[in-house]
Structures are given as structure tokens and as C-alpha cells.
Design a protein. Structure first.
Length: 95
């Protein structure tokens, strides 16, 4: 079926100090601690009920138009934003 996305589904796991390529994957009820999360394109699945702690995001993909950008922000931007430290925490960590 054209346009249908297929993802590798992973659930109920805890990961530490590993690198993950999120493209083509969907995680549910997983915990990521001190991991590198790599996005090679905008085709990465949902991550319901996942906990992301002290991870680094590596974004490596092209946005070709405003529609793609809006799709990314609406669907994945919130996951990334919620996992980032606040400015106050970042400033305290530098001291």
C-alpha cells in the first residue's frame, strides 16, 4: 500500500550508553539514559510513554519546505523539546 509506513516496534526496554538510529523504529514504554539518539530522516515512529534522560540528539536530515518543517515540529518536535534541559539547568551545569 503506497504511503504506508512500516517501523520496527520495540517495547518495555531500558537502554543506557548506546547509540540509536531512530529512523524506521517505534518505541513504547522504553527508557533511554545517556544515549545518543540519531535521526537520519523525518521517518521515525512514535515514542509513547518513553523516558529520555541525559541523552544527546543528533539530527541529520534535510527539510525541503515549510510543510516538512511543520510536520517535523508537530510530530517529533515535542518529544525532543521535552527531553532537553531548561536554560536554568544548563547554566547551573556549567558552573
Amino acid at each position: 500500500m503506497p504511503g504506508k509506513k512500516t517501523w520496527l516496534f520495540i517495547a518495555d526496554r531500558e537502554f543506557e550508553n548506546q547509540t540509536f538510529y531512530l529512523s524506521g523504529h517505534s518505541y513504547m514504554n522504553c527508557t533511554f539514559k545517556r544515549c545518543v539518539l540519531v535521526i537520519k530522516d523525518c521517518n521515525w515512529g512514535p515514542m509513547p510513554n518513553c523516558v529520555i534522560e541525559d541523552c544527546i540528539w543528533h539530527l541529520d536530515f534535510l527539510i525541503q519546505d515549510r510543510q516538512e518543517w511543520e510536520f517535523f515540529v508537530e510530530n517529533q518536535g515535542e518529544i525532543i523539546a521535552q527531553s532537553l534541559p531548561s536554560e536554568q539547568v544548563s547554566a547551573e551545569a556549567k558552573l
